[in-house]
Structure formats: structure tokens, C-alpha cells
Design a protein around this ligand. Structure first.
Ligand code: SF4
Length: 364
């Protein structure tokens, strides 16, 4: 959103931020979101929790169809807890960060089995549920139960860091920012206040070119008064993980099937689907890559595809060399692998990196 009117800069903020100003702004400008209760409606803790888990590291636009799909398929936490992990992972495919889908499922089971399908209403009990971290517990407590809690995500961190011109860099500044955010909590309407902060961060106090002229707190924002609001929050320089390398093997059977397997339950992309491949290592030796190829009764002729597939995980970049081999119609899958029709791939829990590998292998 661009700045409609330029306000004069002041050296100092004129007053402490008043939560009532933010709530009044929220009453006029609140976003309409599929998971948000309408005015006067009681929020459903299951919907609040489901949307908060989905929204972690993902934006509203991407989440909306997944949220609708999950709700249609599993309208209650008991229904989700009773689903198979594989079914949940398949429905989640494409949303990324698959550990969240696994913990979503574990948490749904725990609520269904240990809490008779009702999310507990206080922060501590929510925090004790599997897969619910400090942020999600605060979001569910505040939004679903109006409990006195302030969920602090990246958007809220940015708003608070600017309001108080917090000089300490992230991530070290997180505890101080949380304390400052908590100091803003009004005596009533915790849920609306949490959502108002989220909305302000998402629509007005954007990372670049915040629309300060439209901000209900512009008279009390320390960074805006100084004119350097875009430089907050301060950030420590990023250290990117070391690049890893590996090989991926795409065997294509004459009847239009591709060889797939499931990754181990635990660890990166746990229980997701992949094509067979080598380990991913800093010192991967391409000359010996075929040692990691799947073994069939009759040896396949692997051809290396030109180029590589690049993918960046949160903690390291990856470069995969892709090998392709045709297989006769009668070829049996090696132990632990299975043949899947190419037409059935959309139903597989394939992470983005594997979609890229298959795309690269099947390119003309
Ligand atoms: S005045 Fe500007 S920088 Fe300060 S909180 Fe509002 S939008 Fe953010």
C-alpha cells in the first residue's frame, strides 16, 4: 500500500501507543478472512488453530484453498485426529514445511483423545499440546478464548520494533519485543487486539514503504518520528548453510509409471514421497553417483540429464543431478519402492523439490 499523505517528521513520538486507538482502527478496517469469526460470532478454536498452523511461514492467499479443503474433509478436530497421516500429508502437499502437517495430525489426535475434542482454554494447557509452540498457544488463547495473551509473529515483531525503535537486532531482541508487545495488551478484547496487531502488520506496517499516514499509532511510533521506520526491525546478518549435493533417479516404466518411495517418518520431509536418490552431502561425489541408484533384477541404463535441480531449504541450499532410465513394462519395483502412474502424481505427497526433479526429468 503506498503512502497517500506525507506526515511531517518529529524527533520524538508524542505519546505512548494506546491500544484503544488500534482497536478503533480494527473495528473499521478489520480484514475479512475465511477463518475469522464475523462480528458477534463466537470463534471456533479448531478453525483458529488450523488456520494458525497453516499460516506459519505461508501467506493468506496460499492458505485459503488448503484451509477450505481441510475443513470440508475434516470439519472437526476429532475427524482430523481420526484421519490417516498419509491422507493429511497428501492434502497438505504444496503447502511446504511438512513437519507442521505431521504435528498438526499428532495434535488433533491428542485433543480428540485426551481433551474430548475440545481445545483447552488457557495458555499453559495449550502449550502442553504436541506441536503447539508459544506463538500458536498465544494466538489460540487470545483469538478463540479472549485470554490475555499477545501472539508475536514476524509481522507483530516488525510493528513493535518500529513503535519502540528497538535497536537490538533479531533474533536476540525477541524477548524484549515480546515484553513490549505484552505491555500494550488492553484489559479487554485480547482476541481483537491480537488480530488488530496482525492486521496492522499485514496491511499498513509492511516491511517496505509502510503506510504510516494511515496508521492509528503514527503519533506514538518512535521509528516514524525519527523517519527511519523501514530500518526496523534490526537484523543480525544471515549465515546461509553450506550447500549440499546429491543425485536423484527417475525410472520410467513403459506403461507410464514412475518409481517412487516414501521418506523415513522422522527428519527432513519426513514421510513425504520422493524418487530414489543418494544422501545429500557437502562432499557428494558425482563420479560415484550411480552406486546410489535403485537396484533392479535387470540393470537399467541411467542417463544423466543436462543441468541440475536447485532448491533452497530453510537451513541449506541443495543441488541435485538427475538421472533417468527407461524400464520394461514387467519391471518389478525394488523393495521399499513402488510404481505410480504419472497421471496419479497429483495425489502423492510430493514436496516441491521432488516436483522440480520430476519436472526436470520429464522435460523434452
Ligand atoms: S507509524 Fe508506520 S512504522 Fe510506525 S507502527 Fe505505524 S505503520 Fe508502522
Amino acid at each position: 500500500m503506498s503512502v497517500a499523505v506525507r506526515l511531517p517528521r518529529r524527533k520524538k513520538a508524542e505519546a505512548a501507543p494506546d491500544p484503544a486507538d488500534l482497536l478503533a482502527w480494527y473495528d473499521r478496517h478489520r480484514r475479512v478472512l475465511p477463518w475469522r469469526a464475523r462480528r458477534g460470532e463466537q470463534p471456533d478454536p479448531y478453525r483458529v488453530w488450523l488456520s494458525e498452523i497453516m499460516l506459519q511461514q505461508t501467506n493468506v492467499k496460499t492458505v485459503a484453498p488448503y484451509y477450505a479443503k481441510f475443513l470440508a474433509r475434516w470439519p472437526t478436530v476429532e475427524a482430523l485426529g481420526g484421519a490417516s497421516l498419509d491422507g493429511v500429508l497428501r492434502a497438505w502437499a504444496g503447502l511446504g514445511y511438512y513437519a507442521r502437517a505431521r504435528s498438526l495430525h499428532v495434535c488433533a489426535k491428542a485433543v480428540a483423545e485426551n481433551h474430548r475434542g475440545k481445545f483447552p482454554a488457557n495458555l499453559e494447557a495449550l502449550r502442553a499440546l504436541p506441536g503447539i509452540g508459544e506463538y500458536t498457544a498465544a494466538a489460540v488463547a487470545a483469538i478463540a478464548f479472549d485470554a490475555p495473551a499477545v501472539p508475536v509473529d514476524g509481522n507483530v515483531e516488525r510493528v513493535v520494533a518500529r513503535l519502540f525503535a528497538v535497536e537490538q537486532a533479531l533474533p536476540a531482541a525477541k524477548p524484549a519485543i515480546k515484553r513490549l508487545a505484552a505491555s500494550l495488551l488492553p484489559p479487554e478484547r485480547s482476541g481483537d487486539f491480537a488480530q488488530a496487531l496482525m492486521d496492522l502488520g499485514a496491511t499498513i506496517c509492511s516491511p517496505k514503504r509502510p503506510a504510516c499516514a494511515l496508521c492509528p499509532w503514527n503519533e506514538s511510533c518512535a521509528a516514524f518520528a525519527r523517519g527511519d521506520q523501514e530500518t526496523f526491525p534490526r537484523k543480525a546478518p544471515k549465515r546461509e548453510g553450506r550447500k549440499r549435493f546429491g543425485a536423484a533417479f527417475v525410472a520410467l516404466r513403459a506403461d507410464g509409471c514412475v518409481l517412487l518411495r516414501s521418506r523415513p517418518e522422522k527428519g527432513l520431509l519426513g514421510a513425504m514421497t520422493e524418487v530414489p536418490g543418494s544422501d545429500w552431502a557437502h562432499d557428494f561425489d558425482l563420479a560415484g553417483a550411480l552406486d546410489a541408484a535403485p537396484r533392479f533384477k535387470t540393470k537399467l541404463k541411467w542417463r544423466k540429464r543436462p543441468g541440475v535441480v536447485r532448491h533452497v531449504f530453510t537451513h541449506f541450499p541443495l543441488e541435485l543431478t538427475v538421472f533417468v532410465a527407461p524400464a520394461a513394462r514387467a519391471t518389478r519395483a525394488p523393495q521399499g519402492a513402488r510404481w505410480v502412474m504419472l497421471a496419479d502424481l497429483p495425489g502423492e505427497a510430493l514436496p516441491s523439490v521432488m516436483r522440480k526433479v520430476l519436472g526436470h526429468a520429464l522435460e523434452d
